[in-house]
Design a binder for this molecule. Sequence first.
Ligand SMILES: Nc1nc2c(ncn2[C@@H]2O[C@H](COP(=O)(O)OP(=O)(O)OP(=O)(O)O)[C@@H](O)[C@H]2O)c(=O)[nH]1
Ligand SMILES: [Mg+2]
Length: 204
Amino acid sequence: MIRQAEFVKSSATPDQCPKPDKPEYAFIGRSNVGKSSLINMLCMHGGLAKISTTPGKTRLINHFLIDRSWYLVDLPGYGYAKVPKSMRKDFDKTLFRYLEKRENLCCAFVLIDARIPPQEIDIKFINKLGALQIPFAVIFTKTDKTTQMQLHDNTHSFKAEMSKSWDELPSCFFTSAITRKGREDILDFVVSVNRSWSSKETFV
Ligand SMILES: Nc1nc2c(ncn2[C@@H]2O[C@H](COP(=O)(O)OP(=O)(O)OP(=O)(O)O)[C@@H](O)[C@H]2O)c(=O)[nH]1
Ligand SMILES: [Mg+2]
């Protein structure tokens, strides 16, 4: 469904980002959760976003232009413990400035490792997005590494945690960068949101 994916630029700050004239989708989550791998999987392009076994590989706001019509953004992971505290604070500040300021951001995909039970840092992050009224969806990653039972337990506990603060749960997706599970679901979601973006553009 994606015909063309090209790297546009890496920006250190939100004001260096490309002109906000196309719908944009950002991939966020703890370091090493699989953001860059998922982007490559969606684009069927092994080397598009840089992947590493060392957490903290993605340091900047990386824009990719898809089919010349929408942006996909690879972001640095939050909560990475191995960089100095001051640097981590800078990352987090940049991240939230980007999330709050980016007017064309249609959805922030928050990636959650399906192999582990709910983590406080992820729940806090989601609650902060909610407080700032940033639209988001949840993606459970690395499902190829879980048993059906683990996947069921972890994702249900995560939804139960979210239900403590939210009346309505966000859209949830289940993915694997290895088996390509979830690819169609995410791309269908993007297509439908893009449609409402272009109708909005026509009527304003
Ligand atoms: N089995 C499996 N491994 C995965 C999957 N997605 C990512 N990985 C592995 O997890 C590690 C981290 O992947 P990245 O895509 O670099 O993670 P990231 O979230 O972009 O990490 P940072 O840029 O450091 O924040 C790599 O070793 C990947 O090969 C998946 O769906 N299944
Ligand atoms: Mg990355």
